[in-house]
Design a protein around this ligand. Structure first.
Ligand code: NDP
Ligand code: MG
Length: 415
């Protein structure tokens, strides 16, 4: 039997993971569940899976959860950053599913690795911010990091059983998001509601906006660079609107191995937690004749500059990817709060990245300091942009013109 904990159990990946676990309770048991603010859902999960411990955002939520669970509950309730780290490091846990959203996932994931648990990694921010540090710690603790992100799970599967020297490059597929076919000129006015309507995947709001700006693919390039020790220039992106081919590996002899499946996150989650076994998920089978034509197109790096910006952060290395990630999180938050235009998200990310000075030694402390600095910098920039005029949306009509992102490099392709 495998004992698992889930960081971010109340989210999209977390609830899918519990759905997978519930399909084989003879094989899996749950030791810890961490949510954040949705304590009503967490209560239901605790009552259903009876973990040893649970964790929430703060003391107030912890007290409310304890109340809701009643005196007969055997689940101890932790809270705050320390509580999350404690939950991630529980004894006798075989694997921690890392599925919090954003930079908050980094320290608990590192705590799980330090405690010697394998990690099923959905929280790509962990790799983006501190891939080298987390992988180095995993090596020294003999811990496995198994990808949950569908593209990385696909590449992981396509690499299995093949000597690495035969690999020429990796190809990440991208759905293209909801605005793939929109004119560049229309993107300025898109609303959060439109951007949250992803064509193929139901995910948390942060990653859904990242899919619309294609920053998600940028972050995934950095994630793949670390997980598969691959030069960033050997990671290509291809738009594949049907989301059936989840990614590919190109070998030296010209062979291309691809992994396919219906777009359902339970498949990569199940593979990560049951590796190397395959679970019977009883999902609808992929019917290629019903799927019709599969299309593959080049990304538009001018319309969606986030992939280029992420490539620059990856090449720069050090704390640059952490800065990119933090600035993007602030920009996405501001866009969702209708304080920023959709097209200003890459502007904030790029400007913050360019304001970063050369760093010293790369360490967890430096990553956390860079994350704080970038948030602060990006927030100030959002404020000045907002003062220049409210974001223009279809509902509110045109806003005054603002300075544009005058970047000569835009449109360069990452190859
Ligand atoms: P959701 O927004 O659906 O869920 C996020 C989870 O993290 C919730 O449990 C939430 O708790 C918790 N959370 C939010 N903020 C904090 C915080 N500050 N501290 C601790 N916990 C927090 O996100 P997703 O499930 O979509 O994504 C989770 C991660 O997986 C992300 O890194 C994403 O990039 C990655 N991923 C997701 C995919 C998907 O299909 N959804 C695909 C590939 C990767 P609560 O709801 O209780 O507030
Ligand atoms: Mg993905």
């Amino acid at each position: 039997m495998k004992t698992l904990s889930i960081l971010g159990s109340t989210g999209s990946i977390g609830t899918n993971a519990l759905d997978v676990i519930a399909r084989d309770e003879a094989e899996f048991s749950v030791a810890g569940l961490a949510g954040h603010s949705n304590i009503e859902l967490l209560r239901k999960q605790i009552e259903r899976f009876r973990p040893k411990a649970a964790a929430v955002a703060d003391e107030e939520k912890a007290a409310a959860l304890v109340d809701m669970l009643g005196s007969s509950s055997r689940t101890s309730v932790l809270f705050g950053e320390e509580g999350y780290r404690e939950l991630a490091a529980l004894k006798d846990v075989d694997m921690v599913i890392s599925a919090m959203s954003g930079a908050a996932g980094l320290l608990p994931t590192m705590a799980a690795v330090e405690a010697g648990s394998d990690v099923a990694l959905a929280n790509k921010e962990t790799m983006v911010m501190a891939g080298d540090l987390v992988l180095e710690k995993a090596r020294s603790r003999g811990v496995r990091i198994l990808p949950v992100d569908s593209e990385h799970s696909a590449i992981f599967q396509c690499l299995e059983g093949h000597p690495r020297r035969g690999v020429r490059k990796l190809v990440l597929t991208a759905s293209g998001g909801p605005f793939f076919r929109r004119d560049a000129a229309d993107l300025e006015a898109v609303t959060p509601r439109e951007a949250l309507r992803h064509p193929n995947w139901r995910m948390g709001s942060k990653i859904t906006i990242d899919s619309a700006t294609m920053m998600n693919k940028g972050l995934e390039i950095i994630e793949a660079m670390h997980l598969f020790s691959m030069d960033v220039d050997l990671i290509d992106v291809v738009i594949h609107p049907e989301s059936i081919v989840h990614s590919m590996v190109v070998y030296r002899d010209g062979s291309v191995l691809a992994q396919m499946g219906i777009p359902d996150m339970r498949i990569p989650i199940a593979y990560a937690i049951s590796y190397p076994e395959r679970m019977d998920l009883a999902l609808p089978e992929l019917d290629l004749s019903a799927a019709g034509a599969l299309t593959f197109l080049s990304p538009d790096y001018e319309k969606f500059p986030c992939m280029r910006i992420a490539g620059e952060a990856a090449r720069r290395g050090g704390t640059a990817p952490a800065v990119l990630n933090a600035a993007n999180e602030i920009a996405v938050e501001a866009f969702l709060a209708e304080r920023l235009r959709f097209t200003d998200i890459p502007v904030i990310a790029e400007e913050t990245l360019r304001a970063l000075e050369r760093g010293g030694t790369f360490s967890m402390k430096a990553v956390l300091a860079a994350d704080r600095w970038a948030r602060d910098h990006a927030k100030k920039r959002v404020d000045t942009m907002q003062k220049a005029g409210p974001p223009r949306t279809k509902e509110s009509g045109p806003a005054p013109a603002r300075e544009s992102n005058n970047n000569k490099d835009s449109g360069r392709k990452i190859q």
